[in-house]
Design a protein around this ligand. Sequence first.
Ligand code: LLP
Length: 438
Amino acid sequence: MDEFTYRDGSLWCEGVPLTSVAERYGTPTYVYSASTLIDHYRRFAKAFDAVSPLVCFSAKALGNVHLLRLLGREGAGIDAVSGGELHRAMVAGIDPERTVLAGVGKSEAELREAVRRNIRCINVESEAEVELLSRIAREEGARPRLAIRVNPDVAPDQRTPARTTTGTRGGKFGVDIERAGALFARAAADEALRIEGFHIHLGSPIFDPQVYAIALDRLLALVARLEAAGHRITTLNLGGGFPAEYVDRTAPSWDDFAEVIVHRLTGFTRQGGQVIFEPGRTIAANAGILLSTVRYLKQAGDHQLAVIDAGMTHIARAAMYDSYHFMWPVQPPAEAVPSSRDVSGVEGLTTYDVVGPICESSDYLARGRSLPALKAGDHFAIFTAGAYGMAMTSNYNSQLRPAEVLVHGDQVSLIRRRETYDDLVALELLDDGSDRNG
Ligand code: LLP
């Protein structure tokens, strides 16, 4: 599943012990395994090989340009959701032919940038956005390719948090499926535009492959209606949403998803249609951990608290969505070295609330978690943090964003330095107009 394993009593990433990373770069630090990231990308693409998809890695999950470049060299494109992410894709050297842009509220400047760069597809989310894109296209003398993001009104099961569900009726994303056909026809009649097809993204993460099947069947029925009316549909983008293992063996495999998706699309691809996927989490989540350090242990009522140096500003998911992340000391006592994330057989554990340093009552990384006895100074790993980890950090409480380190074999590279106090105030102006550097 990934290259973070306990060996010789402590946690390693590929050929590097994480104690050495903590000593050299400090904590909190995100550590990524290049082999895991590349392996996940390759195996995902292979599972869907039969429909030769363009796999656009979703940069919102993990945006470090070093890692985007690494994926780009493997053939991945980028799914961007803002001008900022388009910029990341460009810095990472991703071919615009492999870049797509989504987003419910793209600015005129963001759309114009996408048009100028002639990216592979702009996924529009409303009638008004089509009008704006059409005007920009005329002004720029360009013919952008676009797809309509459809809201297929498909609800995932209860394992997908309501806060990350995107394809149900009344939500802000996409165009209601009953109106999508008319919008397609309107765009097809506009010679400034090249309308190519449709885009869906149903939520994140989605555990039940049938959710894709239902949405895809609705989409294919719409495609068939439009084709019967003489239109040609050449792009179908199924978005992301594929799950990652936060605990052992809870997520279906990529083959399980391919099994329901691929046969529905072979007719489309046989006629030359291009399938696009936008996976983020499923590629990146288990390719990264957040390495932290225990600062204090304290008693609060009948709770045992472990205060660590990483809080909701360094990894927001637990505070935001009550998400579960497996966490464990980097060098546990010999009897508590885990062989998997199922630690129910490990004896002598203590129940902790794991909290961060942020002044917010929601700054909990875990409540009532069974862990080996901790002590101040212990290095502590938060697993499955590669997706929506660093990407969702903030400077709240004037916390510094973590460093990012990439491990490949026994090589360690710093791919983003830790922020400094000067970085924190670098953009702020004093009232005499001077900056702090005089
Ligand atoms: N495509 C679109 C249009 C999306 O909105 C998203 C994610 C993706 C692709 C990638 O989805 P993935 O393959 O990573 O599931 N911050 C939340 C997740 C929000 C996902 C937003 N959209 C979390 O930490 O769980």
